[in-house]
Design a protein around this ligand. Structure first.
Ligand SMILES: [Zn+2]
Length: 371
C-alpha cells in the first residue's frame, strides 16, 4: 500500500513538474521506472532460436517458409500440414515470429522475455508505449488521447504507459478515452489505475465487461463509460475509429479500424483485438469467422497496416527496433496484399488447429450451436 502511494506521489510530482516547466525536458530519473521483468511460467516459456539469439524478440523462433512450417510447427495430421503450408505461403515471410506463435501445435511454450521496446511515434500522433509483450497504442487526436488497453497491473500501467507517454512528450492526463480490446487481465489490470489518473471514458464490449467483472479485474462502470457495439464509430478530435465485435479469443473481443497518416500520406490500420487461439473446436471456428470478417472489412477499407495488442501479433518488437534505428522507413506499412495475406495465414493456422484436433480425437461439437 505504502509503495503504491509513494509511486503515485512520484508520478503526481513528475506531472506537476511538467506543467511548471511548460516543456517536457524532464530528467530521465523523473519518469516512473520500468517495472522489473518477471520470469515466464514454464508452460509459456519457449526455447531460444539457435543461432538467432539476439533478435528484438529475445531470440524467439520464426516461421518464414513452408519448409520451416513443416519442420517446426508441430502439426502431424496431413490436413493440418496442408493448411499450415498455405499459412506460410500467405504470410510470405512477413510475420515470422507471429507464425511461430499462431501456427504451432500444441500451443504454448513460445514466449520469451525480450528487451523492452523504446517508445516510438509510429504514425503521426500515434504512439507505441507498451512493453515487450503488449503493444499499447496511444492516439493523440488533437482534442485528447485515445488509449488502447492498460497492461496487467497499476505498476505496469504507470511504468510503461505513463512513463513512455511522458518520454514522448505526452501528458497522460490528456487521455479522454480508454478502449479495452478484450477482458483478459493483461489488458485490464492497469485499468483502475488509469481511470483514477485520467477520468477517461472506458469503452468495452458488454460481453467482456461481464467476463472481466466476474473475474474482478475492472472498476465499476462510471457514468462516462460506454459499451462498444459492433460497427460503432468512436470519434475524438479529428480521429474516428470503427469498432468491430470479433468474438473467439474472448466472447466480446473488440477489433478496430484505425485511420493513420505518416509523412503526409494516409493509411488504414487493421487492429485485431486478440491474438491467442482458443483450444476447443467450436470456439476456434468462431475465432476463424472473426478473422475472416476482419479480412473482409480490411478489404473494403483497403487496410495497409496491421496493428495488434501483442507484439507477437504484429511482429511489433522487430518493427519498432527497425523504425527506431531508421526513422525514414515505416515497417508497419506493409501494403494491402500483405494485410490480406496476414489474415489468410491466420485463418489457415486456425484451420490447421481444427484438422489436428480432429486427428488427435478431440470431441466433435454439435453441427448447430445450441441456443
Ligand atoms: Zn487475451
Amino acid at each position: 500500500m505504502t509503495m503504491k502511494i509513494q509511486s503515485k506521489l512520484a508520478l503526481a510530482t513528475a506531472i506537476a513538474a511538467l506543467s511548471m516547466q511548460g516543456s517536457f525536458a524532464l530528467a530521465q530519473d523523473n519518469y516512473p521506472p520500468y517495472p522489473e521483468q518477471k520470469p515466464l511460467s514454464p508452460q509459456r516459456q519457449g526455447a531460444v532460436w539457435e543461432g538467432h539469439e539476439d533478435t528484438p524478440n529475445g531470440g524467439r523462433p520464426e516461421i518464414n517458409t513452408v519448409e520451416e512450417m513443416v519442420e517446426i510447427s508441430g502439426y502431424s495430421a496431413p490436413a493440418a500440414l496442408e493448411y499450415a503450408s498455405l499459412a506460410a505461403i500467405a504470410a510470405d515471410g512477413n510475420w515470422g515470429p507471429t507464425m511461430f506463435y499462431q501456427c504451432k501445435h500444441p500451443h504454448g511454450g513460445t514466449a520469451l522475455n525480450a528487451d523492452y521496446p523504446v517508445p516510438l511515434e509510429v504514425f503521426d500522433n500515434v504512439y507505441s508505449v507498451g512493453n515487450d509483450a503488449n503493444n499499447i497504442w496511444a492516439i493523440d487526436t488533437g482534442e485528447g488521447i485515445i488509449l488502447i488497453d492498460t497492461l496487467r497491473s497499476a505498476e505496469q500501467a504507470e511504468g510503461f504507459i505513463v512513463g513512455n507517454m511522458m518520454r514522448m512528450g505526452l501528458d497522460p492526463k490528456d487521455i479522454k478515452i480508454i478502449i479495452i480490446s478484450h477482458g483478459h487481465f493483461d489488458h485490464t489490470g492497469g485499468l483502475a489505475y488509469m481511470k483514477e489518473l485520467t477520468g477517461a471514458a472506458i469503452g468495452m464490449s458488454e460481453a467482456d465487461y461481464q467476463m472481466a467483472t466476474i473475474a474482478g479485474e475492472i472498476p465499476e462502470r462510471a457514468e462516462n463509460d460506454f459499451v462498444i457495439t459492433d460497427g460503432m464509430e468512436i470519434t475524438l478530435g479529428d480521429t474516428t475509429l470503427t469498432a468491430l465485435l470479433t468474438p473467439g479469443h474472448t466472447p466480446g473481443t473488440v477489433s478496430l479500424m484505425i485511420p493513420l497518416t505518416w509523412q503526409g500520406e494516409e493509411y488504414m490500420g487493421s487492429y485485431m483485438g486478440g491474438v491467442g487461439a482458443p483450444r476447443d473446436i467450436a470456439t476456434v471456428n468462431q475465432w476463424r469467422e472473426s478473422i475472416d470478417r476482419m479480412a473482409y472489412v480490411s478489404e473494403l477499407m483497403q487496410a495497409d497496416v496491421i496493428m495488434s495488442n501483442h507484439t507477437i501479433g504484429d511482429d511489433g518488437l522487430t518493427k519498432i527496433a527497425e523504425m527506431a534505428a531508421d526513422p525514414s522507413t515505416n515497417p508497419y506499412i506493409v501494403g494491402h496484399e500483405a494485410v490480406l495475406g496476414y489474415y489468410s495465414a491466420w485463418r489457415n493456422c486456425l484451420s490447421a488447429d481444427v484438422a489436428q484436433m480432429i486427428a488427435n480425437g478431440a470431441e466433435i461439437p454439435a453441427l448447430l450451436p445450441k441456443e
